[in-house]
Ligand binder design. Sequence first.
Ligand SMILES: Nc1ncnc2c1ncn2[C@@H]1O[C@H](COP(=O)(O)OP(=O)(O)O)[C@@H](O)[C@H]1O
Ligand SMILES: [Mg+2]
Length: 242
Amino acid sequence: MLVVSNLHTYYGRIHALKGISLHMKPMEVVALIGGNGAGKSTVLKSISGIVRSASGSITLNGDDITHVSPEKIVMSGVSHVPEGRRIFPRLTVEDNLLLGAFTRKDYSEIKKDMARMQELFPVLAKRRKQYAGNLSGGEQQMLAIARGLMSRPMLLLLDEPTMGLAPVVAKDIYRQIRYLNKERGLGILIVEQNARVALGLADRGYIIETGRIVLEGNASELRQSNEIKRAYLGKDYREVWE
Ligand SMILES: Nc1ncnc2c1ncn2[C@@H]1O[C@H](COP(=O)(O)OP(=O)(O)O)[C@@H](O)[C@H]1O
Ligand SMILES: [Mg+2]
């Protein structure tokens, strides 16, 4: 479904991605794991067209989307839920959801999808007329994911969806992500600093360090890897699955 090859991305003189290659099959959950500043968000921003890459290519179902506009990339089925949620605090929950459908014109279907999102995340139904800024962190994350789903993606890019959330709330978010993959058939590329949590959810994973993929494999293999245990599992992880 998604093929990223040899991607180089710069911010001015900062060489953020130094030849990133990765791929995803349809309906796969893939984790991109790495520390702060490794380049995880830049990979997602490059795929969704927010950041332009200097070289390399990105294809989606065989179509080259490397130089396609972010809006067209949304229309071709990729939805990016950014780091830090980025909901619109002074708009209502409902209006935030509607904005997720900005590329669509099938108004009666949009209305149905609004209802579906409120079934999927019942807390959003209860709070639909409230300002999004008044929601808790976990509720804002659910809203951000629901807004992302309003474009009817086949591939969801999730940037640290549980950052700053209590373990019990994080667990809830992960349950929803798993549901979206298993029951709705969504492909999910999830960025995490927490390897244990991400590899508990994903089919496969990539480890990124200073703009390069240093390790890749099945989630179960990566969980056994001594390198990963040493670098990512040894310190400060939350036991979300236990
Ligand atoms: N807008 C920006 N301008 C300049 N440098 C940036 C910008 N965004 C990210 N960077 C730099 O690019 C590198 C990768 O950042 P990022 O992709 O955000 O990492 P991660 O998401 O893994 O924490 C870091 O060195 C970061 O400082
Ligand atoms: Mg980031």
